[in-house]
Design a protein around this ligand. Sequence first.
Ligand SMILES: Nc1ncnc2c1ncn2[C@@H]1O[C@H](COP(=O)(O)OP(=O)(O)OP(=O)(O)O)[C@@H](O)[C@H]1O
Ligand code: SF4
Ligand SMILES: [Mg+2]
Length: 445
Amino acid sequence: MSENKKQEKKTTSKHYLSGKEVRAIAKANAKEMRRLEKAKTRKADPSEYTTTMKDENNVLEVENLHSYFFTDQGVVKAVNGVSFNIPLNSTVGVVGESGCGKSVTSMSVMRLLQGPSGQIVEGSIRFKALDYKRDEKGKFIPVYEKDEDGNIVYEPVLNKKGEPKLDKAGNPVTAPKQLKDERGLGVYEKEEKVFDIAKMPIREMYRLRGRQMSMVFQEPMTSLNPVFTIGNQLDEVVLLHIPGANKEFAKKRSLEMLTMVGIAMPERVYASYPHELSGGMRQRVMIAMALACEPHLIIADEPTTALDVTIQAQVLDLFNDLKKKINSSILLITHDLGVIAEMADYVVVMYAGRVIEQGTASEIFHHPCHPYTQGLQKSKPTMKSKDKLFSIPGNVPNPINMPDTCYFKERCSKCIGKCSETYPGMIQVSPTHFVACHLYEEKED
Ligand SMILES: Nc1ncnc2c1ncn2[C@@H]1O[C@H](COP(=O)(O)OP(=O)(O)OP(=O)(O)O)[C@@H](O)[C@H]1O
Ligand code: SF4
Ligand SMILES: [Mg+2]
């Protein structure tokens, strides 16, 4: 074999896999995917997935999350040991360049990763929910009205015609009177519970999605169903997630939500199909849908990327207003540092599936530590800068077969000896500021 051919073979085997290698990977993947899919559909005792928060002031604690895609080319470690918290009533922004695992992190929190190839492999996602209590048959437990002496109040039961129902002896049938809230809906017992979402069977997630946490997707046109009216789709959310809601209540609530998100003619939009609305209106509808059940946590994945700048500003204001109104927390995913600066209390910077820096918005903007975060700041256009805009050289490494060293090494201008040896651990630089970079270990020593 000529030297050239030998060299070509070497190159080929480095970048391409043989049929035999692909089959071996597929076989190993199939076994692992079967195991994880089985865990998703298993019948589990609630004790397996109920837990406690490490810090009571958090609504969400993501710890050492690993979410992988099992492909025939190898395992894509899209999220590779991510940890961060979302404190109650705060906005946490996740930034990072395209492909760094922001969406996969948010999809993992909602348990919406596309199986069987996409799976949470390891880690915890602790979520504090105010869930409805259930009896042994799985039904919600009503709260009954009580008189001054603490005795349950009974009321006559009515038949279909609205007349009092009588028993065989001709006496009116009575039943405990359920307490009604200010909207006229029956009140049910609630309890605070902490779930480890990563360990929950998928079926159990239905009780959290929509009612406790909801998501605003990046592209409203693909997330809304084109064959149903906006009203149908909004009503469905209300009917599905608010116990005791009837069609009349659902319509009232849907119109209320459309008004709340700043839609001028809610009746018209209610009767429209998604294609009849502008991009900004569709995004507002998505937000209305996400907020209809007043969730504790709103996950917004690039909620303003598809919108023009003026609508973008309006949507961000809307998020801030609504957050205060319904007392919830926001996980805001974007690659736009301007959006983060305006909205976030805390910032998590991701790179190649890992968190490389996190801190308060002020720490990340005014004292960025990681060379990547510093590069991101420098690549932001400003009114003052007249020079060519800075760009971080190079690309993110291949997510299959990531090196054991710092993933940013090939692009970093501050690289030191240690950077080629190990992946840096998280170093605390202030009570709220953490960075994964060997430079700060040096300072610690
Ligand atoms: N279904 C899939 N199969 C295989 N790999 C996937 C799949 N979905 C995502 N990935 C990989 O996971 C990694 C993270 O993707 P993710 O969508 O989370 O990026 P992102 O940070 O949201 O990027 P963007 O800013 O472009 O939305 C990428 O390397 C991507 O190629
Ligand atoms: S660990 Fe080294 S290579 Fe990585 S960002 Fe820090 S200085 Fe750069
Ligand atoms: Mg994304």
